[in-house]
Design a protein around this ligand. Structure first.
Ligand code: F6P
Length: 542
């Protein structure tokens, strides 16, 4: 174990008996543990950390050369070493005139060209100059994609629902389960529907299968010439787009230096831009750009993604935490946990370091969550009294986007603050006993009931606060998480930008599929028996 980690482990044992009740009371707690970018505030005061912890975490960051790795990423070096690629998603939201390079080339002219193409496309949909095959305006846009070609767009589009352009509705189909497309199309009219087929590789089985089914739906209703008016593509692979039958004039490109889960800022975000309008899409890029500058230029002591990433490593390694909950007190962020699952778990769910050696630390958290206050009535019981410590992220906007929200927004805010306080403060046996004594129970009844009402407390959380969830704020929020994940990966020494672990399952599915479509499957004994069973049940054929 390295020196910095040894020091952190030694320090961790000194924190036994230190409570969050005491820590939050410390003078200057807010000075050391509250940070802002513009009006976006990140409150870290409810973390099991003292100023000494932060000093030791900074030593860890220096030992792991987090700043040098960040600078290499911003310089466009091939930090995705196993694929030999840069990770330059920051170029997609570079709102300055500065060039940004990937693999030694300025990528900004290409980025701006695609943004202009997206802008003119959005305008043509909104002003009605792009019409369907029967000259009717487009009213519904269906994004067909999966993973990074779905989760970012659907999360952001849902988050920014109050900004939707009137007359246009956005839909998302990802699952190869035929119900997903069928349910989506059931209320749509082919004449007024446009499909965005979004796939970096344009080789993803689920996306292509759904895109072919969607094309059948269009051509059966409108004839095969209708495809050019009802399908556009977002991809890095023009040949495959052409093979599918989409004119590359109607293709929006991006580049291999944009990872799938980092691609919502690229043309993969076309559905977002169509839904909220190109100006608002640009506002989202600007928010992310502010965070890029903050991450690149702010000393690590006050650098929010650095602090968040280091605290994650602290809990993972020194407190044995295995999962982290993301709890947006905002219904519009209901897809954020799913989005972050890919961002964090696909990026950092790795067992070897960049040099191929086994990691000696736990890596990615299991990330999960639901919007508050719903979660309070289900899994918060476990957060408060379970045997596992789960650090939580609370996210909340001061203002509701919903007109006439009476005092429900205040209730939402009060509940958000109450949950993080309850997790931190807990309730001691003495406090529980005193409360029960006031209810008229006798001593024996109190003795029996009290242990069930004790709340251990000392459960850490981050609170992220902002005035309202607008496009700029969403851009900040997501870029913050992206860089936080980068910092985790840098500390753990892993390649956060590859995803080899998804490949074996794809290959096996290809081997099994023939067995479910009338030919012979290959697989192990269990698979073959289950294939037979499914065939007996008649599940595979309609
Ligand atoms: O299977 C995982 C993955 O490769 C993700 O990393 C990616 O976001 C998703 O599939 C979709 O890939 P594509 O955009 O190439 O269809």
């Amino acid at each position: 174990m390295s020196r910095a980690w040894n020091d952190l482990h030694a320090h961790r044992s000194k924190l036994d008996g230190v409570t969050l009740r005491d820590l939050v009371r410390a003078p200057d707690r807010a000075r050391d543990f509250v940070h802002t970018v513009g009006d976006f505030t990140v409150d870290l005061t409810r973390h099991l950390a003292t100023p000494d912890t932060l000093t030791l975490l900074m030593a860890l960051a220096r030992e792991r050369e987090v700043e040098a790795m960040r600078d290499a990423m911003f310089a466009g070096e091939p930090v995705n070493t196993t694929e030999g690629r840069a990770a330059m998603h920051m170029a997609l939201r570079n709102c300055s005139d500065r060039p940004m390079q990937a693999d030694g080339q300025d990528v900004m002219p290409g980025v701006r060209d695609v943004l202009r193409h997206m802008q003119s496309f959005c305008k043509s949909i909104h002003d009605g100059s792009w019409t369907g095959a029967t000259d009717r305006r487009i009213e519904n846009v269906v994004n067909i994609g999966i993973g990074g070609s779905d989760l970012g767009p659907v999360m952001a589009t849902q988050a920014l629902r109050p900004w939707w352009t009137s007359g246009i509705r956005a839909h998302f189909v990802s699952n190869v389960d035929p119900s997903h497309l069928a349910d989506t199309l059931s209320s749509l009219d082919p004449e007024t529907t446009l499909f965005i087929v979004a796939s970096k590789t344009f080789g993803t089985q689920e996306t292509l299968a759904n895109a072919h089914a969607a094309r059948r739906w269009v051509t059966e209703a409108l004839g095969s010439d209708a495809v050019s008016k009802h399908f556009v593509a977002v991809s890095t692979n023009a040949d495959r787009v052409r093979d599918f039958g989409i004119d590359t004039e109607n293709m929006f490109g991006f580049w291999d230096w944009v990872g799938g889960r980092y691609s919502m800022w690229s043309a993969i975000g076309l559905s977002i831009a169509v839904a909220i309008g190109f100006d608002q899409f640009e506002a989202m890029l600007e928010g992310a750009y502010e965070i890029d500058q903050h991450f690149r230029d702010t000393p690590i002591e006050t650098n929010i993604p650095v602090l968040l990433g280091l605290l994650d490593c602290w809990y993972r390694e020194c407190w044995g935490c295995q999962s982290r909950a993301v709890l947006p007190y905002d219904q519009h962020l209901h897809r954020l946990p799913a989005y972050l699952q890919q961002l964090e778990m696909e990026s950092n769910g790795k067992h070897v370091r960049i040099d191929g050696t086994e990691v000696t630390h736990g890596t990615a958290f299991v990330v999960w969550g639901e919007p508050g206050t719903n979660g309070q009535h289900s899994f918060h019981q476990m957060l408060h009294q379970g045997t596992t410590m789960v650090p939580c992220d609370f996210l909340v906007a001061a203002q509701s986007e919903c007109p006439g929200s009476d005092d429900r927004q205040a209730m939402l805010l009060a509940n958000c603050l109450a949950q993080s306080e309850a997790l931190a403060r807990g309730k001691t046996l003495d406090e529980v006993t005193a409360d029960l004594a006031k209810t008229g129970l006798d001593d024996e009844q109190i003795r029996e009931l009290a242990p069930h009402k004790v709340m251990p407390g000392n459960r850490p959380s981050t609170t992220m606060l902002y005035p309202r969830l607008d496009p700029t704020q969403l851009g900040r929020l997501i870029a913050l998480y992206e860089h936080r994940v980068f910092v985790q990966g840098a500390v753990w020494g892993i390649d956060s930008f590859d995803q080899w672990g998804v490949e074996l399952g794809k290959t096996l599915a290809g081997d099994i599929l023939p067995g479910l479509t009338g030919d012979a499957a290959s697989g192990d004994e269990t698979t073959l028996r289950l294939v037979d069973h499914l065939n007996t049940l008649g599940q595979s054929r309609i």
